[in-house]
Write a new protein. Structure first.
Length: 422
């Protein structure tokens, strides 16, 4: 059995958590393959809202196994908080959550390095979530990192202190005050919490599950335009958020990838710094923010909003080999008489239809206007009930991209999801 992948096609927050939860009944296993607690994946059902950061979004469906893969970076403090919050609502994961020995650990000093680096950059800061993601992946590729498997070794404290000292030496180059002691205490409590879970060779586990014909969905974090290689560099995260990241982040061979679900919002958002050609600075932008409740699930920061960017979406579909598109937040557009989509860009008086190397230069999007449907679609259960203007929008995107939109999300709740006929 091949493994399916679900990932974001924009700058994150496309609604991955919601859709993974919706699709989980079709799968035996949900596996996170990259990123860490910079992610905030929101799930809503039964008048209940839950945000997950490290833990895969399959956990609320009984009988599903969940894996934190080798490509993920874990902060033990945040992980323990997530686990404690779940225990409060009677969700116990000791027998269903598996953690890769090869996942890297975010140390308290990684978080400090992240904060010091961002403060030092001043105006050019990335707008990082300050969870220590960048410094942790730097130590991974720099071959200095600590991994989950290391916590089982007798020399773990020695290794921890060695790396911490290395970070303190780097911090001498910054004019940055810090205090590590409180967080460090919680961090070691978090390490004990991780030890109460099944720490495994997840790549072998996953490949065996595939041999047993178990169905697996790989859950992406962030989005394609935040990918370290293909995103709007340097305003990106530090991992490969694309389909290829599922191969390296889980130990799955490329020829074992099945369906690739690419999620996009019916418009665009971005949180943090970096270029965003279709960003709106007018009433429409404010309206998208307020109606779409566009505030970060991890940091609470206001998300920047703009119209859908088709050249960028096409690029993301290409990089990921998307086989099915999922459009979320279609309900937010129901409040607009007219809305727009960028179909190309004007760059130095030339029409450019593809995403250029640098979108930080002056770019004027070329827009196509669409009529809004001005009717509540959040209770719709079948595509036959879609207003004609929504059908026109869906049809236009499918034809432009050449990939079917198989799911349309019309509200944050699990139930507010319309499956389209293939
Ligand atoms: P993720 O990081 O991709 O999982 O997305 P987030 O959870 O960070 O952000 C998506 C936000 O939109 C959350 O607050 C979801 O509850 C909400 N959401 C998801 N799908 C829809 C939808 O179709 N309509 C509306 N109105 N909200 C949605
Ligand atoms: P989910 O999985 C939206 C952004 C940050 C910043 C940049 C780098 O919820 O979609 P980092 O902390 O990774 O060094 O920050 O990436 N970012 C996200 N934006 N959703 C996310 O995750 C994000 N994770 C990181 O805002 O601009
Ligand atoms: Mg999010």
């Amino acid at each position: 059995m091949k493994i399916d992948v679900l990932l974001g096609l924009q700058w994150g927050d496309e609604g991955k958590g919601k859709i993974v939860d919706v699709l989980t009944p079709n799968y035996n296993v949900i596996a996170r393959f990259q990123g860490g607690p910079n992610a905030g994946h929101t799930l809503e059902f039964n008048h209940f809202k839950h945000v997950l950061h490290t833990i895969p979004s399959g956990i609320f469906r009984e009988g599903t196994l969940n894996i934190i893969g080798n490509g993920v970076v874990m902060d033990p403090v945040i992980f323990k908080k997530e686990i404690d919050n779940l225990k409060k609502i009677n969700v116990h994961l000791e027998s269903t959550l598996f953690i890769s020995k090869k996942a890297h650990l975010i140390l308290p000093s990684h978080r400090i390095l992240d904060a010091a680096s961002e403060a030092h950059k001043g105006k050019t800061k990335i707008g990082s979530t300050l969870k220590g993601i960048g410094p942790t992946y730097m130590d991974k590729t720099g071959r200095n990192g600590l991994r989950v498997g290391d916590i089982l070794n007798p020399n773990f404290i020695e290794k921890y202190n060695f790396l911490k000292q290395k970070h303190f030496d780097i911090l001498k180059n910054y004019d940055f005050e810090y205090n590590i002691s409180d967080y460090e205490k919680e961090w070691f409590e978090g390490i004990e919490c991780i030890k109460s879970f099944q720490i495994i060779d997840s790549e072998i586990f996953i490949n065996n599950l595939m041999l047993e014909n178990q169905t697996i969905l790989a859950e992406g974090a962030q989005g394609t335009l935040l990918d370290i290689d293909f995103g709007t560099y340097p305003f990106v995260t530090s991992s490969n958020t694309v389909t290829a990241g599922a191969c390296t982040g889980l130990g799955v061979a490329p020829n074992r990838i099945g369906e690739v679900f690419g999620i996009f919002k019916a418009y665009c958002t971005r949180v943090g710094s970096g270029p965003f050609p279709t960003e709106l600075f007018d009433n429409d932008g404010d309206k998208l923010t307020e109606i779409g409740h566009e505030y970060g699930a991890t940091t609470g920061r206001r998300r920047r909003c703009g119209w859908l960017d088709l050249p960028a979406l096409k690029y993301s579909v290409m990089i990921n080999g998307v086989t099915q598109l999922i459009m979320t937040k279609a309900d937010v557009l129901q409040h607009f008489d007219i809305f727009k989509v960028a179909i190309a860009y004007f760059i130095e008086n030339t029409v450019v239809e593809s995403l250029p190397y640098d979108i930080g230069i002056p770019i004027k999007p070329i827009y196509m206007e669409f009529e809004g449907w001005k009717t509540d679609i959040s209770k719709i259960k079948s595509e036959d009930e879609f207003p004609k203007e929504l059908k026109i929008y869906i049809d236009f995107i499918e034809k432009s991209i050449g990939v079917p939109i198989t799911i349309v999300s019309v509200g944050p709740n699990r139930e507010e999801t319309v499956f389209r006929k293939k």
